[in-house]
Design a protein around this ligand. Sequence first.
Ligand SMILES: NC(=O)c1ccc[n+]([C@@H]2O[C@H](COP(=O)([O-])OP(=O)(O)OC[C@H]3O[C@@H](n4cnc5c(N)ncnc54)[C@H](O)[C@@H]3O)[C@@H](O)[C@H]2O)c1
Length: 329
Amino acid sequence: MPLRTGILGAGHMGRTHAGVLARDRRVLIAGVADPEPGRAQQLAADLGVPSYRDLDALLRAGLDLLVIATPNRHHSEAALAALERGVGVLCEKPMAINLPDARRLCEAAARPGAFYVVAHNRRHAPVYRRVQALLREGFRPLLASFKMHEGDFRTPPWVSDRTVSGGFLYENLVHFFDLMEWLVAPISEVFCLARGPLYPDLNDFVIAVAFEGGAIGALTATGHASWVHPAERTELVGDHALVVVEGLDRVLHSPGEGEKVRIEECGGLSREERWGYVEQDAEVVEAYLADRRPCFSAARALRSLEIAETCAQAAREARPVRPGPPPTD
Ligand SMILES: NC(=O)c1ccc[n+]([C@@H]2O[C@H](COP(=O)([O-])OP(=O)(O)OC[C@H]3O[C@@H](n4cnc5c(N)ncnc54)[C@H](O)[C@@H]3O)[C@@H](O)[C@H]2O)c1
């Protein structure tokens, strides 16, 4: 029996997931819902499936899995509604736009039989899989530098509205809070400078962190850089060794003095492959069908929001702040 999957939100990411999942033979796209009828109908017509006005109607079509790709404000409510009806959830990041909603979801996701996963796609991107392999081979980062300099914090228009997106930390930087802990170690202390020169909400961040075990790191991020590619860069500095990730396209590894620099190119892959969507969605389907816990836990998704709130507090109070302990999984 194919996995009956509904797509909630027929914008950029709804279309991306629908395209990826429609190519998976284990999946049947059962319908698309979006309050903008033109959008739902267009994507539904492209897929040859029914369109619906809202989540209730989509759930009544009978789903195993709901993909939530709406603006962030709707994520937690839609996920809870699906989980309450026994439907599994693959939700775009962030899991919620505040901590109380995120914690409610964690509780719901922990109930027996619940299937809930948040799309932290960089964990599945080939470049970061390569970095994980280097870490397993023994590379130890002592200093880590992360950069996300994007060109436009207005596309789509709702992202710069904090009441809809949760703000730049929730909309953009959650990816990096998760990556920082995944690639280095749990964050033990945060200091943060934040400004909002060109948008109503804060969108310039310089964040310094200490990691458990002694490494240190920095994340600089903005929503008003140029559109020059790649907009993001990760550098992990070891003992006279270096790993650089350029965008989601290329990993450069300098293992040590006198040793050959190795470069792994991913630029030839499709966007969906490079950004990790193909592998992520395939793993979600596999986990659901195998009746096992998804690849990325709700507690991890919550942790990325807790770090976001720690940064916000550090910026507000102009002092270093220590986050709570990381999840144990
Ligand atoms: N993981 C990634 O790489 C990545 C990249 C971009 C966006 N995102 C996330 O994906 C989500 C969607 O972003 P997008 O760029 O596709 O936005 P978008 O504006 O292109 O699409 C959102 C769609 O949701 C619809 N919508 C609004 N309210 C709805 C509701 N209550 N129910 C159903 N549909 C509703 C809108 O009409 C629109 O068609 C966001 O949470 C965003 O943070 C993730």
